[in-house]
Design a protein around this ligand. Structure first.
Ligand code: ATP
Ligand code: MG
Length: 392
């Protein structure tokens, strides 16, 4: 019978917090598997077993887990690896026959067997299991054994009630289970960087509250739809989220009308920071997350980042600060946001962009500019009209 076998990642080191981490992890796994039928999910040491059940949920169905279920499990943060495994009886003859049907084994150039016994009363030692099973596979399939650089590895695990067999596992999503590190507001634009930044921090156990700013009618309704589409892709990894959409039209118009043009971007950014802080405060979030990368554009010089950050009472997490655009794009492809992010759109930061933005804004000059318009009232106004959209 085929099941999904998953390995917990670094959370197994979390000592006293481990039960809490494990509960979040199993809850998330159960939630992502639910659309694909009934599963029994259980854990033993650092392994988690997902067994497909019959429709009534009473007994193992004996059917292989659907591909969709496997793909969904591969997106659960907290698992370092996963594979399709065969669960069978513990008698050696049964193990031998089942090993022959392991995926990847027939076409391998060579192989070796790795055995582990959780059941120490099992009549064979691990080296004996390796010997006998290895010999059988070698004779039956004609595959050479190579213990140093095997083409494929057959793992055998003998547990109390059953044996488990599998070949090389796939990489899991890694990181820590959702929500175990607290909550943060993600400043989500429609670009390549901010979804990747959110994904990275969600993988460290943060649950995300995405906030998107638009400047309708200067930005199109499609720009907002694009941010929502990105949030939906993120939700495939992180679970359901509430996206908050705020209008920055009045704020940007006031900045353009009253403030020096070369400071428009940094002033807009500071307003975004304050509005995001307000959202965080209302919802128990402890930090902001942005997609800033040092030196990428005028608003991401060290000086501009410093002045922007001064508008935030909460820490601003910038997981991409030292990441090259190419690396970020690669990650965006892996998580599935890239194709959406590169669709043409206008970001509200591109509205009224000064021709020569100040790359080294002076804090005094920025504070002086902020005296020229009533940002607090405008921000309060836009926060009152927040639009909420559930995704995932
Ligand atoms: P991105 O690809 O994430 O848009 P970028 O390279 O285009 O990043 P900027 O546009 O300068 O960089 O934005 C820097 C960060 O500010 C973004 O990563 C995002 O976190 C935040 N931000 C920018 N525009 C918006 C917006 N319209 N709504 C919410 N956050 C935004
Ligand atoms: Mg952008």
């Amino acid at each position: 019978m085929e099941i999904i076998l998953l390995k917990m990642g670094e959370m197994v080191l979390k000592g006293l917090n481990r039960p809490r981490f494990e509960a979040s992890l199993l809850a998330r796994l159960r939630a992502v598997l639910a659309p694909y039928g009934a599963f029994e999910v259980s854990s033993h040491q650092s392994a988690v077993y997902a067994v497909p059940l019959t429709e009534s949920g009473g007994a193992p169905s004996g059917l292989p887990p659907p591909d969709g279920a496997y793909a969904a499990a591969a997106r659960v943060f907290g698992f370092s690896a996963l594979c399709r495994a065969i669960r069978c009886g513990k008698d050696l003859d049964g193990i031998k026959q089942n090993a022959l049907s392991l995926p990847g084994l027939r076409n391998a150039r060579s192989f070796k067997v790795e055995a582990r016994r959780a059941d120490k009363r099992y009549p064979l030692t691990s080296p004996q299991i390796c010997d006998r099973l290895g010999g059988f596979i070698h004779e039956t399939l004609g595959l050479p054994v190579d213990v140093h650089t095997p083409g494929e590895v057959v793992w055998v695990e003998i547990r109390e009630s059953s044996a488990y067999l599998h070949t090389r596992p796939d990489e899991g999503a890694g990181g820590l289970p959702p929500g175990t590190a607290g909550k943060a507001v993600l400043l989500l634009s429609g670009g390549i960087d901010s979804p990747v930044a959110g994904w990275r921090m969600a993988r460290r156990g943060l649950s995300l509250l995405p906030v998107h700013f638009h400047s309708y009618p200067y930005t199109s309704p499609e720009a907002k739809e694009k941010a929502l589409k990105l949030a939906r892709i993120l939700a495939d990894w992180c679970g359901p989220m509430t996206v908050r959409i705020l209008s920055f039209t009045a704020i940007q118009e006031a900045i353009r009308k009253n403030c020096p043009a070369d400071l428009a971007t940094v002033l807009t950014r500071r307003s975004m920071c304050r509005a995001a802080n307000a959202v965080a405060l209302r919802n128990g979030a402890g930090a902001l997350v942005t997609g800033d990368s040092l030196g990428q554009v005028a608003s991401q010089t060290m000086e501009a980042l410093a002045v922007t950050e001064q508008a935030s009472a909460l820490p601003v997490l910038r997981p991409l600060i030292g990441t090259d655009k190419e690396e970020t794009a690669r990650l965006a492809r892996r998580i599935g946001t890239f194709e959406t992010s590169i669709l043409p759109y206008e970001d509200c930061c591109g509205v009224f962009t000064p021709r020569h933005p100040q790359t080294k804004p002076k804090p005094e000059a920025v504070l002086a500019a902020e005296k020229l318009y009533d940002y607090a009232a405008l921000e309060a106004e836009t926060l009152k009209a927040v639009e909420k959209v559930e995704v995932g």
